[in-house]
Design a protein around this ligand. Sequence first.
Ligand SMILES: [Zn+2]
Length: 306
Amino acid sequence: MNFQKTIRKAVTFKGIGLHSGATTEVVLKPAPADSGITFVRTDVAQKVLIPALNQYVIDTTFSTTIGKNSVAIQTIEHLMAALWGLDIDNAEIEVCGPEIPILDGSSEPFVKKIKKAGIQELDQLKKVFVITKPIAIVEGDRYCYLLSSRTPKITCSIEFAHPYIQKQKLESKLDPKSFMQEIARARTFGFVKDIELLRQKGLIRGGSLDCAVVLDEKNIVNKEGLRFKDEFVRHKILDSIGDMALFGMKILGHFVTHKAGHELHAKLIRKVLTQECGYIIGEKAFEKAQQDRMPIQASLFQPASI
Ligand SMILES: [Zn+2]
């Protein structure tokens, strides 16, 4: 767990983008320690490198889009969540199109293929950002918090006036094992009543029952039904993890979200980046402090310089 990781060999995904409807090929390649996750748009005149960091988020309407120099890549969150869940810190992701393929609407197809390719440990330690002061974004009845916590975890709650959803709340540990067991398979979802309006806005052109749970007024349209009874809140956790991964390193804290979405997640991470609310340590130092039951004190470690 202490050392940074990358993918062992290149792996390719091909599929339709949920919003653009464009068929895109994505190639994930190994990358050296401390290089982070980087997206590279390859179908434009000049290759554009876009670091997978919150600073490059340019749109959060129904998905998370990053961009640089007028070049954008849409719907990166399910792939980012998969990389976070597999504990991968460094990778170069070539994208030959405007959007990451939606595949089955969850992170599972990414996880399966990357696992098969293998994961390589690198010789540099991971870094962890320890939250010491609470950070919050509140907009009306929707909110997102990051609180100080000895174990990384997330509590997510949602409310939709639909008999299959209503109020759902779930707490999950923020570690790779919990992600694989509880979160990775949860698919995105949408409502029949919203389809027309979203299509008019140029969204969900690639949407189908193969890549989302679709709900009509009272029921689930998909013949196969749900993967979990509370698949909806689990997918919201998946989205939160994908957006949180754009912080660029692990966060030790308690992430609390209520009726949140990509916009609030991005605002929260931006606030963490711009306010003094914690410090960075190597993961080894953090584990040692936990074993020794020592209070983790900022003075023991180099303060954050971001
Ligand atoms: Zn999603």
